[in-house]
Design a protein around this ligand. Structure first.
Ligand code: GLP
Length: 239
């Protein structure tokens, strides 16, 4: 979808995603969703929580990625973001947080174990300026099959987080994160990738028009049959 603005982009993704959830509930009696964070998801989640006729008590949610060592009180915490914008707004069956201030191996084993037993219906994702998918910075590991991995964030990624206003300085940005792996993201039946903003125009072009290459992590989405891109005009300006 090429949307006129962020609002219509968010509404479109929310509507499509909610139809997938409804259909999954109808067919399986339950549904599951992976939820991303970042500014790209503001309008998506804002519209998703208002969608009618979703029995949220049948929906289980999984957390895409989180900084290691960041407490929920920090304004850049993805746990905090998800709680405020999604989990506290709808009566989910369950939501599996990756708590940044708990031992990462334990978190990965526990939530990764649940994810291995789940067929994910919908994944909501965004991409970074370096075309990262979740926190899989370039060069991304396209092969690893563990549901979650610990990653060391690269300089470009950490600078972007300051540029987006989540942290005051680069020193404040954690160096490590837990990220859902590329293979696990690709297991979702439908993937909605939402990308607003001119800052992302180069990443969008490389993702959609470049080769599938670990240097452009999100380019792997070209391989998936149920992937849907939603961009605003600025993000699509270099296509
Ligand atoms: C962040 C997060 C990702 C997110 C991406 C896009 O760093 N780790 O989960 O999808 O970058 O950011 P934004 O939503 O601001 O476009």
């Amino acid at each position: 979808l090429l949307a006129a603005n962020r609002q219509s982009m968010g509404k479109w993704v929310a509507k499509q995603a909610s139809e997938c959830l409804r259909q999954a509930i109808e067919e399986q009696g339950k549904a599951s969703i992976i939820v991303a964070t970042g500014s790209s998801q503001f309008e998506v989640l804002g519209a998703l929580i208002k969608q009618p006729n979703i029995d949220w008590t049948c929906v289980e949610g999984f957390h895409l990625d989180e900084y290691i060592g960041l407490s929920e009180e920090h304004s850049a915490s993805f746990c905090r973001y998800l709680k405020e914008r999604f989990v506290s707004r709808v009566p989910l069956a369950d939501f599996h947080y990756l708590y940044g201030n708990q031992p990462p191996t334990e978190t990965i084993d526990r939530i990764g174990g649940l994810l291995r037993e789940t067929t994910v219906d919908v994944a909501l994702v965004g991409i970074g300026e370096n075309a990262h998918l979740a926190f899989n910075d370039p060069p991304a590991d396209f092969q690893i099959t563990d549901p979650y991995i610990t990653v060391t964030l690269d300089e470009a990624c950490r600078h972007q987080q300051v540029g987006e206003g989540w942290f005051e300085s680069i020193e404040d940005v954690p160096r490590q994160a837990i990220s859902m792996s590329i293979q696990q993201i690709l297991k979702a039946k439908q993937i909605y990738c939402t990308v607003p903003d001119e800052r992302k125009a180069n990443a969008v072009r490389a993702t959609l028009e470049g080769p599938i290459d670990p240097q452009t992590p999100a380019s792997i989405l070209q391989w998936h049959h149920g992937v849907h891109f939603a961009c605003d005009r600025a993000a699509a300006s270099k296509l």
